[in-house]
Design a protein around this ligand. Structure first.
Ligand code: GDP
Ligand code: MG
Length: 372
């Protein structure tokens, strides 16, 4: 399990996520560590401190449900939600293992089920070969055991996608968020901003979706106004707005600047050029920025999501993905296709419209939710 995000170079002690509920960690949440004043030891510098944002957030989520809930409980609730979202696919894959024999027919059925789940031809072939090897090695004789081995195979395939978002190495950490219309960019930025603000990060948002006046208000609703500022300009040039935001973020000592951009299809070449321009302008406002170029993809769009990852990555060099709407009719296999064909890390997955519905991605949890 991850913290919600990683903060680098903080003076907070390094903790494993298993220890998130320890009193020591709670102290850190209550009183955010100051930026390091003393020189960090080499070990401390090499091992970035984990700011346990999750417990603070989970406390809020838990408060809504049950005051006595343990920090793990909301995570479990989230797993159930993901499982429910993926159930359609999960049950059809699980169906494959209800027979009594491990034979060619089982593998053929599995191949079909994986393709139906949006895994795509390459990841499906890879998983089948890998699975057959594991079955042989384990000398499995029961189809039920094969399902367990498939969970292992899928977890291993998805593991390269596991990576926490980290902030704090640069001040500000600059992120630009891109994607097609309706993918969930603004909502995801809102949720992420709230998580950051709760961890005492000073956030500045650039409303670079200048086409829609509503985009700014939509951000504002999510933002905790005491620690979040928004730079916007009705109908302005998105590059100019973003430049201003990064400049202001530097001047005001913000920890994070996030630019929300207007939705576009990768086939709209002039709009893709506009994104490249925003990227260039950010670099002019701050050397080395943007530190994160995040693509938000709707998990319901199947193989189309993979095409979007490839196209936006080719144009902009993506550093991470947020895969949304896995609570809907999403089939989930598309993450296997992404892992196999364009392994851009998945920082977060979205399983609903509420704050707690943006969660870090865990390969094993996801494989279990899909196949159990
Ligand atoms: N069910 C569900 N809806 C989502 C999720 N993320 C975003 N949405 C909804 O998708 C719609 C479009 O989101 P928005 O953030 O405006 O998309 P944008 O055009 O990419 O900025 C809104 O109604 C959101 O509430 C999610 O993970 N699950
Ligand atoms: Mg938007």
């Amino acid at each position: 399990m991850f913290s919600f995000f990683k903060k680098k170079f903080g003076a907070a002690p390094t903790v494993s996520s298993d220890e998130q509920s320890s009193p020591q960690v709670d102290e850190v949440v209550a009183e955010p560590a100051p930026l390091p004043v003393a020189e960090p030891t080499p070990a401390a510098a090499a091992e970035p401190a984990v700011v346990p944002a999750a417990p603070a957030v989970l406390a809020e989520v838990g408060a809504e449900a049950e005051a006595t809930e343990t920090p793990e409980a909301p995570r479990k609730g989230w797993m159930d939600k993901l499982r429910a979202g993926l159930r359609k696919t999960g049950s059809s894959i699980a169906q494959v293992f209800t027979g009594t024999r491990i034979d060619e027919a089982l593998y053929e059925e599995l191949e079909e089920a994986l393709l139906m789940a949006d895994a795509g031809v390459k990841a499906t072939e890879f998983l089948l070969d890998d699975l057959k090897r594991r079955v042989k090695e384990a000398k499995a004789t029961e189809p039920a055991a094969v399902r367990g081995l498939l969970i292992d195979a899928l977890s291993d395939l998805l593991r390269p996608l596991e990576k926490p978002l980290s902030v704090g190495e640069q001040t500000p950490t600059v992120m630009m968020v891109v994607g097609v219309n309706g993918a969930g960019k603004t909502t995801s930025i809102g949720k992420l901003t709230r998580h950051l603000a709760e961890a005492e990060q000073k956030v500045l948002l650039a409303a670079a979706d200048t086409f829609r006046a509503a985009a700014r208000e939509q951000l504002g609703v999510w933002a905790d106004r005491t620690r979040v500022e928004i730079v916007s300009q009705e109908g302005g040039d998105p590059s100019a707005v973003t430049f201003d935001a990064v400049t202001a973020g530097r001047a005001r000592g913000c920890d994070v600047v996030i630019a929300d951009t207007a939705g576009r299809l990768p086939t709209q070449l002039h709009l893709m050029e506009e994104l490249k321009k925003i990227r260039r302008v950010i670099a002019k406002a701050q050397d080395g920025a943007p530190h994160e170029v995040l693509l938000v993809v709707d998990g319901n769009t199947g193989q189309n999501a993979l095409s979007q990852v490839k196209a936006f990555d080719d144009a902009l060099g993506l550093t991470g993905l947020i895969v949304t709407k896995l609570d809907g009719t999403a089939k989930g296999g598309v993450l296997a296709a992404i892992a196999r064909e364009r392994a851009v890390p998945v920082y977060f997955i979205g399983i609903g419209e509420k704050l707690e519905d943006l969660q870090t991605f865990s390969a094993r949890e996801f494989a279990q939710a899909l196949l159990e």
